[in-house]
Write a protein that binds this ligand. Structure first.
Ligand code: EPU
Length: 293
């Protein structure tokens, strides 16, 4: 385990994941590591492989349900300034995977570049948004991507073109990689118009979604041609509570950490939802939330 001394970035031991997830749930990660730069990450991946320690990558922790017992693995976060660089090249943004979507939206607005406004208010990082092809208001991030620079768990750096990434609804072919950075194609627009659009999206989000307690946003993907929130609502499940977790009374596809919820409380609510929706509509809801156990 000499690698811990040679690492240039930060390392913490038994770090509670509940402070790194928006649901505020999760036990200790054996190692919680923030590599300093790509070289440091390469070194780390090599050493973890040698020690047989599996790495998991966390962004803003907004789509993760981590178990309460903790994880015997290394959780990696690309949070050093080297992974948050952002630069303009004409109408393109070259940006690190660790940058938050809100910072990205803000940078684009200040530079008169439009196209990313719909991402305003999504509590994620660019890396996380790309892996799950995050979206809102009928748009998703894939449409902006020109290319993505990644490193494989076998330590090979590659640049993938948009058409080779296999983006789908809330999915991509990127989960076998760690995302380093991306090139996004935007369009010149008036700064004031961009600002208004951002405000509109944020307003709509506040109106429709539930921010009263910690959550991970939408728990299930929308089935084709339908909305998970609508189906759960029609099953009369709003407000249903198990332990410290509760289905939002405002948006039925949100599960809230009402009071000291355990991961198992959320999982039980998810099972209940799937069962009821399947019984009533013969539809199998697929989780959007990544479950770490
Ligand atoms: N609805 C209900 N009851 C509810 C919730 C929703 O009847 O409790 C109905 C709404 O009235 C509407 C339909 O279901 O007719 C869709 O609801 P909404 O407009 O709130 O959008 P959504 O499909 O639930 C999707 C994304 C959100 C994104 C919004 C905004 C998914 C799974 N969810 O939600 O993304 O912010 O659109 O465009 O694709 C997320 O991914 O975590 C997320 C929140």
């Amino acid at each position: 385990m000499n690698w811990q001394k040679s690492l240039k970035g930060k390392i913490k031991f038994n770090e509670p994941l509940k402070i790194h997830t928006t649901l505020r749930i999760g036990g200790g990660a054996k190692f919680f590591i923030e590599p300093r730069d790509t070289e440091d990450l390469k070194f780390l991946l090599k050493e973890l492989k040698r020690d047989n320690i599996s790495p998991l990558v966390i962004g803003a922790g907004s789509n993760i349900l981590a178990n309460d017992k903790g994880l015997d693995c290394a959780v990696l976060r690309l949070n050093s300034p080297n992974f948050k660089k952002i630069a303009l090249q004409g109408n393109r943004l070259e940006t690190g995977a660790g940058i938050t979507l809100n910072k990205l939206v803000d940078f684009a607005q200040r530079n008169g570049l439009g196209g990313v406004e719909f991402l305003a208010g999504i509590p994620g990082t660019l890396g996380g948004a790309l892996i799950m092809n995050a979206g809102a208001w009928g748009k998703n991030i894939a449409r902006l991507v020109e290319s993505v620079r990644v490193i494989s768990y076998n330590n090979k750096i590659k640049v993938l073109k948009q058409k080779d990434i296999g983006f789908g609804y809330r999915s991509s072919g990127l989960s076998k990689y760690i995302i380093l950075s991306a090139s996004l194609r935007l369009a010149k627009k008036k700064k004031s118009a961009i600002k208004e659009r951002i405000k509109g999206y944020l307003r709509q989000r506040m109106m429709q979604q539930d921010f009263s307690r910690p959550s991970a946003g939408c728990v299930f993907k929308n089935p084709k041609g339908n909305a998970a929130g609508r189906l759960i609502d029609l099953c009369g499940l709003k407000g249903r509570r198990i332990g410290g977790a509760c289905i939002s009374t405002k948006h039925a596809n949100f599960i809230l950490n009402q009071k000291n919820a355990q991961a198992s409380d959320v999982l039980k609510l998810m099972q209940l939802i799937r069962k009821e929706v399947s019984n009533k509509f013969s539809i199998n809801l697929e989780p959007e939330l990544k479950i770490w156990q």
